[in-house]
Design a protein around this ligand. Structure first.
Ligand SMILES: *[C@@H]1O[C@H](CO)[C@@H](O)[C@H](O)[C@H]1NC(C)=O
Ligand SMILES: *[C@@H]1O[C@H](CO)[C@@H](O)[C@H](O)[C@H]1NC(C)=O
Ligand SMILES: *[C@@H]1O[C@H](CO)[C@@H](O)[C@H](O)[C@H]1NC(C)=O
Ligand SMILES: *[C@@H]1O[C@H](CO)[C@@H](O)[C@H](O)[C@H]1NC(C)=O
Ligand SMILES: *[C@@H]1O[C@H](CO)[C@@H](O)[C@H](O)[C@H]1NC(C)=O
Length: 499
């Protein structure tokens, strides 16, 4: 999970850095581990243009407070990244954007994960490329560089170089997408060309673009970043689609290698901001529907009396879900946990998760005392946070503690950029909801049914027929991941060929 943003301002005298910082700040929830920006100028003599690159560990505001950003990052075109450490670990070396000097001068920022990165890495090394980090993003960048280099040489041989950079870029993107499996949403800065954005052939990771009066263009992981910067959302980048943005030219888009749209459903439950619009679906509205479906599940399970006195959300992501669940159950909704908004999410925070919860949340005792409370959360992954919450509810005097999760049981690893890598650490691995309740110390635990969760999103856009749901279903849309008996995974060549 990461966030990306790209900007090209029509006025070559302007600088885009401040807006990139603002855009990244809006996407900060997608990753708090590291941040980076690279900029360039499209107006200057192209031989003399230098990329300005700043990237480091930390929050956006920390990374860009340390440098006099506006001075060091010059130019009207740029890309930025916030990182949630996926492949490659948490070192400063793996911070993005990444750079290679040939061909043209290329920078890349990427959200997602390649499932065949290790095979691709070997092929690149055989072709005498040096891969300097453990990051799959560097692999993606070098695969693209290899194909762009090849395409430019070919154009040159045919003596069409001057007018056919566009053909070379699209050809390179197509070849890259055919070789790279997995989920990826990438933005690139190509020297003397402009901005390039593309999304994997399954559209697993999100990417949108928008425009602003005067010819400015922006690309971002979520539409909230466009809102903040005053861009109007044009649309989502389609699966396998490439968006090429150049100064003084219209935006060119081409679907180079699409397979089928299977957006990650976790984006709607947990990752994206509720004010984002993804595939035409308001994340907030989808979450309200999740609350309704949860109420339905409770009514089905306890047709006579559910015995809930009060519904309490686990802040912040599950608030709309809990609110609507309470409304549908005709039971009061109350704020029971107050969040310290200056502490990051524990899912993402390294170190002691248990202690993290108490740092982050405290109870309003009167809302728990003597009551049967229903705690609503977006998901139960490892169960550490949930166990702590149940305990805190009891300490605050709850008579009974029930727990409901807006997503189904998380049972399988994710390979598309969400750090859920081993099944055995998942609390629902080989456990029934009753076993999970016993583990958490709750009176009962319920999970959303997967078809219900899919319906919440699909009912807002009926063209979304399939979702990436591997952590719940163990089905991997890229067809190259096999589940082992212990529910861990291995990657292998695809069982069906794609071309
Ligand atoms: C992924 O999560 C596990 C805990 O489940 C943690 O040990 C590991 O450090 C995380 N990896 C990264 C790169 O954040
Ligand atoms: C992934 O990488 C391996 C090794 O390069 C390759 O055999 C495979 O075809 C690649 N791509 C796809 C689409 O599977
Ligand atoms: C539904 O999603 C598809 C795919 O992203 C998109 O093309 C379409 O515009 C969306 N529909 C609406 C009503 O937004
Ligand atoms: C984490 O914090 C809890 C509560 O403060 C403590 O009981 C536990 O031992 C700590 N775990 C580690 C690994 O430090
Ligand atoms: C990335 O893909 C590799 C290969 O399938 C997998 O081992 C790894 O766990 C994945 N990482 C993430 C964060 O998705």
């Amino acid at each position: 999970m990461c966030g990306v943003v790209g900007l090209l301002l029509a006025d070559g005298e302007e600088h885009c850095c401040a807006e990139l910082v603002d855009g990244l700040t809006t996407l900060q929830h997608r990753g708090q581990d590291a941040a980076g920006i690279v900029t360039a100028c499209t107006k200057s003599e192209w031989e003399s243009v230098k990329f300005s690159l700043v990237r480091d560990l930390g929050l956006v505001r920390d990374v860009f407070a340390r440098v006099p950003a506006a001075q060091s990052l010059r130019g009207n075109v740029g890309i930025g990244h916030v990182r949630y450490p996926t492949a490659g670990g948490g070192s400063a070396m793996n911070c993005q954007p990444l750079y290679v000097n040939f061909p043209c001068g290329l920078c890349l920022a990427h959200n997602g994960n390649l499932t065949n990165a290790s095979e691709l890495r070997s092929q690149l090394i055989e072709a005498h490329r040096h891969i300097n980090t453990d990051s799959d993003s560097e692999v993606l960048l070098n695969v693209f560089a290899e194909h762009l280099g090849g395409a430019l040489l070919k154009e040159e041989e045919q003596q069409q170089q001057s007018n056919n950079i566009e053909a070379a870029v699209f050809s390179a993107a197509e070849k890259t997408m055919k070789r790279c499996r997995g989920g990826y949403a990438a933005v690139m800065l190509i020297h003397n060309v402009g901005l390039l954005a593309f999304r994997d052939p399954w559209g697993i990771r999100p990417l949108v673009f928008g425009v602003r009066g005067g010819g400015d263009t922006a690309v971002a992981s979520e539409s909230v970043a466009l809102d903040t910067l005053g861009f109007s959302l044009e649309r989502d980048v389609a699966p396998g689609e490439v968006v090429l943005v150049r100064p003084e030219l219209p935006i060119v888009t081409r679907v180079c290698h699409a397979i089928s749209l299977t957006p990650c459903i976790f984006e709607y439950v947990y990752f994206s901001r509720p004010d984002s619009l993804m595939n035409g679906v308001s994340v907030y509205e989808a979450q309200l529907r999740m609350g309704e479906k949860l109420a339905g599940k409770i009514r089905r399970t306890f047709p006579n009396d559910h015995g809930i006195d009060v519904v309490i959300a686990v802040p912040d992501t599950s608030r709309p879900i809990a609110l609507q669940c309470a409304y549908s159950l005709d039971t009061p909704y109350r704020e029971g946990f107050i969040k310290n908004r200056y502490v990051g999410r524990t899912f993402i925070m390294p170190g002691n998760r248990t202690k993290g919860v108490r740092l982050k949340l405290n109870t309003i005792k009167t809302e728990f005392r003597g009551k049967a409370v229903l705690l609503v959360d977006d998901s139960i992954v490892r169960g550490t946070t949930s166990t702590e919450l149940v305990q805190m509810a009891r300490e605050a005097g709850a008579r009974k503690v029930f727990f409901i999760s807006a997503s189904p049981e998380v049972r399988y690893p994710n390979v598309y950029g969400i750090n859920i890598s081993s099944s055995t650490e998942l609390i629902a691995h080989n456990r029934t909801p009753d076993d999970v309740a016993a583990k958490l110390g709750a009176d009962w635990v319920l999970f959303q049914d997967l078809p219900d969760l899919e319906d919440c999103v699909r009912s807002l856009n009926s063209t979304l027929s399939r979702f990436e749901t591997s952590v719940f279903s163990g089905t991997y849309v890229t067809n190259d991941v096999r589940l082992l008996e212990d529910n861990n995974i291995i990657t292998s060549p695809p069982t069906t060929t794609i071309s």
